[in-house]
Ligand binder design. Structure first.
Ligand SMILES: [Cu+2]
Length: 174
């Protein structure tokens, strides 16, 4: 029984963490820059879907400093940044879809220490960036999307596999 519980725990954990997780950002979180980047990007541990991607950069003035459409290239989502504006905190918000269909969203910030003379975009809407026709599953805005695929088939499968192993071992002994 201890064996089957262990297998069930492993199967459950695997199912819960199957979607993409962020492994790196450019610029690095909380980094201080005297020159703003021309592009920002987040890298995940697996390829993202091309659809439903969104990424914005919001400046200390509350305006959008990202420009153009976000681009998904394998496991990397990126967006262009306007010529630098006021110094202060710039926050990158993103929303992307894992290969398994789960939405991953989040944000990170960096500091611009030297103001530029670039012109801001329109005021940013509050909250994470919306993308047209995004899946409704992530309406809660939670970064940890626990919904979607039910976990119980994995448990049933694990129990069946362990059960078969026990039967096989029992038969061998006789
Ligand atoms: Cu997932």
């Amino acid at each position: 029984m201890a064996v089957s519980l262990t297998v069930m725990a492993i199967a459950g954990a695997g199912a819960a963490s199957a979607h993409a997780t962020r492994v790196a950002t450019d610029p690095v979180e909380n980094t201080e820059l005297s020159q703003a980047p021309q592009r920002v990007s987040a890298t995940f541990n697996e390829a993202l879907q091309q659809q439903f991607a969104a990424m914005t950069v919001v400046g200390p003035d509350g305006n959008l400093w990202s420009t153009g459409d976000p681009q998904v290239d394998g496991a990397v989502i990126s967006v262009g940044v306007r010529p630098p504006g006021p110094s202060g905190t710039y926050t990158v918000n993103y929303r992307a879809t894992s290969a398994d269909g789960h939405v991953v969203s989040g944000s990170w910030s960096f500091q611009l220490t030297v103001a530029g003379t670039g012109a801001a975009g329109p005021p940013a809407a509050a909250g994470p960036p919306a993308s047209a026709a995004a899946p409704a599953a992530d309406a809660s805005g939670s970064a940890e999307d626990a919904g979607g695929i039910p976990v119980w088939p994995f448990y049933v499968g694990a129990v069946l596999i362990v059960g078969a192993g026990v039967l096989w071992a029992a038969r061998r002994r006789t």
